[in-house]
Design a protein around this ligand. Structure first.
Ligand code: MIC
Ligand code: SF4
Length: 641
């Protein structure tokens, strides 16, 4: 009898190019769609240029949504490059102002059964439409665009069963905060959360999008909802009925684990500073004084989310002293809100209306006051990400944010504000679709030189440049906010590596490199969680970091380390971390054989410490050659010769 399949099994088995569909094994899959955003995108396209296919081999969309502030010419220079290179390779282009990549991709491109790769960790938002959408480093996205398969570990699948219906002020954000409080933000690599149960039909498409989006905070590969009548209706409304296919797990499919949530019993939740996994019920901390309320981001900026806000704030005013702002996720939502009369109500209530973009979520504007308390509907509250190191960011649903904006303190919403409206979504022609192989690519000042990466030597003597604790995020490694505009210039951006952790790290590491000496960083659990930014590997590598020695490393960051030739050494005994001190000089010998066997011995003074690298053959090749780009380039040159 044929094996009963999960949704994950169904999509992956129809896309496998090589490898066996066995949990924990590496498989390569064909990719149907790729998305990029500007902050990671300039590098994706510089890499695509290096690979130089005739044109993008899959449906690819380049969104401009992160760096839209344009304080100085850097962002505009990047946009000019992105527009021209999109035309050159036949990539669909979405200019600044259209909205956030994940919201737009869900509205206009994602479809049931598709495989999607994106240079952004929240790409799983598109799995709300029953696609298999994963975040990845830029080079992995560029190679998918060049037509190469994408390698991943065949995931374990956790069934999250929903029953009942949300009420009493709870909404989708509270569901995913509950999931995060149960699973935490570490130790969920190579896992998919598949949602099922009768409660699923009570969640709208954008409720599902919020839940899939924040699965990224748990570190899972993706989170998937079935393709049902809600999916069908959504695609019809967006003029894409032809993209619909029903898709469910087989009755009796085998899961690796399951978790139940009764939506009817769920109450509003809040993630406390500085982690999305630090969750409590709002009722436990009601009355907390706040300074700022920000509603929007790729998590809670849909029509339904903002109409719930409208129901709460219409005819009222934001409390004096509270800085309150709203940003829609896309132009589609903005137009619909205008038609429904909600924009007028927001303006009269005293909200600032922001552009449809990432904005405050990535610390691009609206940084809170010193020590300020900010209530936000976005998905990450890492220390300093808001642009104010001393600020405390709390993550809540749009309902909780809206009632609190009126009272001026954290307040629990008690009723249901979600209703049905007659105003339907209207698809708009927002995208530039052009393929001009002769298009001249525009390279203005912001676009720096792409660094080169020398192969891995057989022995290394490295100075421990930094020892850090658990849950070091990519925002710690490569800050965004006001530094984001240097993303296309590694020489400049690398001056900010670990800025908030150790301000002299960058200059010390670079000075060491100039003397011919290289560096290692020692970390605890879950190193590199958060964003997909490959700059968190490229910039340290540029400064001379050759190894990360850690208790564990998160999936996307691990792939970025392989892609740019940094050794990710996982300690066999976690307690050995205590043996390393900043300034120690370590030696690693017989590296080439160690990469092949996966077993390393690190010599630190008179101590011998064992560590491992669990890489696939392709990842090993990338480590040895110094970067995946070197591997791909040598293959294509070999092919030509
Ligand atoms: C984020 O939410 O951290 C970002 C900014 O969208 C990143 C991508 C980036 O760093 O450009 C992500 O999630 O991958
Ligand atoms: Fe943009 Fe924030 Fe979403 Fe990242 S999490 S894509 S910065 S809105």
């Amino acid at each position: 009898m044929a094996k009963k399949q999960t949704i994950t099994d169904k999509i992956l088995s129809s896309h496998i190019v090589s490898g066996k569909p066995v949990r924990g094994e590496k498989v390569s899959i064909h990719i149907d769609q790729a998305l990029t955003q500007d902050a990671t995108g300039t590098f994706v396209y510089l890499e695509l240029e290096a690979l130089n296919p005739k044109r993008a081999e899959c449906l690819a969309v380049s969104y401009v949504d992160h760096n839209t502030l344009e304080m100085g010419s850097e962002n505009s220079d990047d946009h000019a490059y992105l527009e021209s290179v999109a035309s050159r390779y036949g990539v669909v282009y979405s200019p600044a102002g259209n909205g956030i990549c994940h919201t737009l991709h869900t509205e206009y491109f994602s479809k049931p059964g598709a495989t999607i790769i994106g240079s952004d960790s929240h790409t799983p938002t598109s799995s709300s439409l029953c696609a298999f959408a994963v975040g990845a480093g830029g080079l992995s996205v560029a190679s998918s665009m060049a037509g190469l398969p994408f390698e991943l570990t065949y995931p374990r699948v956790v069934n999250i069963k929903l029953k009942g219906k949300l009420n009493s002020g709870a909404s989708a954000k509270d569901v995913v905060l509950k999931v995060l409080s149960h699973f935490g933000v570490t130790g969920n690599q190579n896992t998919v959360f598949e949602y099922s149960g009768e409660g699923v039909k009570n969640l709208t498409l954008f409720d599902r999008a919020t839940i899939c989006n924040m699965g990224a905070e748990a570190g899972v590969t993706t989170s998937i909802f079935p393709s049902d009548e809600i999916t069908h209706e959504f695609l019809k409304e967006m003029g894409r009925e032809g993209d619909f296919i029903p898709l469910f797990a087989d009755e009796g499919a085998e899961y690796d684990d399951s978790y139940y949530i009764n939506l009817s019993l769920l109450r509003p939740q809040v993630a406390l500073p500085h982690s999305p996994g630090n969750v409590k019920s709002v009722s436990e901390i009601v009355g907390l004084p706040i300074n700022q309320v920000l509603i929007g981001s790729c998590t809670n900026s849909s029509f339904e989310d903002l109409m719930a806000v409208y129901e709460i704030v219409k005819g009222k005013r934001v409390k004096r002293g509270i800085d309150a702002a709203i940003a829609t996720g896309s132009r589609t939502t903005t137009l619909r809100l205008i038609k429904a009369g909600a924009m007028e109500a927001f303006i009269k209530a005293g909200f600032r209306i922001e552009e449809s973009a990432c904005g405050f979520c990535i610390g691009s504007g609206l940084s809170p006051q010193t020590d300020g308390v900010s209530l936000r509907t976005n998905n990450r509250n890492f220390e300093g990400r808001s642009g104010t190191k001393s600020a405390k960011v709390y993550l809540v649903s749009p309902e909780t944010a809206a009632v609190s904006a009126i009272t001026g303190v954290l307040t629990e919403p008690k009723e249901t504000y979600r209703r049905q409206y007659d105003v339907k979504a209207e698809p708009i022609d927002l995208f530039e679709r052009e393929y001009n192989p002769n298009r001249e690519i525009i390279r203005l000042d912001s676009i720096g030189e792409f660094p080169t990466f020398d192969p891995l030597p057989d022995s290394l003597s490295l100075t421990i440049g930094l020892v850090v604790g658990d849950k070091i995020t990519t925002d710690h490694i490569m800050p965004a906010g006001s530094r984001l505009k240097y993303r296309s210039n590694i020489q400049k951006y690398s001056t900010f590596v670990f800025e908030g952790v150790d301000p002299s790290f960058s200059s010390d590491t670079k000075a060491r490199k100039q003397k011919g000496k290289e560096t290692a960083v020692v970390a605890g659990l879950s190193y590199g969680q958060g964003s997909s930014r490959e700059h968190a590997a490229i910039c340290p590598r540029y400064l001379g970091v050759r190894a990360i020695i850690a208790e564990s490393i998160e999936r996307i960051h691990m792939a970025n380390l392989y892609n740019f030739g940094i050794l990710p050494l996982i300690l066999d005994n976690k307690s050995d971390k205590a043996l390393f001190k900043k300034g120690d000089v370590i030696t690693i010998v017989d590296i080439h054989n160690s990469v092949k066997s996966g077993h390393f011995t690190i010599l630190c003074g008179d101590k011998k410490i064992s560590a491992g690298v669990q890489a696939s053959d392709d990842e090993k090749e990338s480590l040895l050659k110094g970067s995946l780009l070197n591997v791909l380039k040598s293959k294509s040159e070999g092919g030509k010769g």
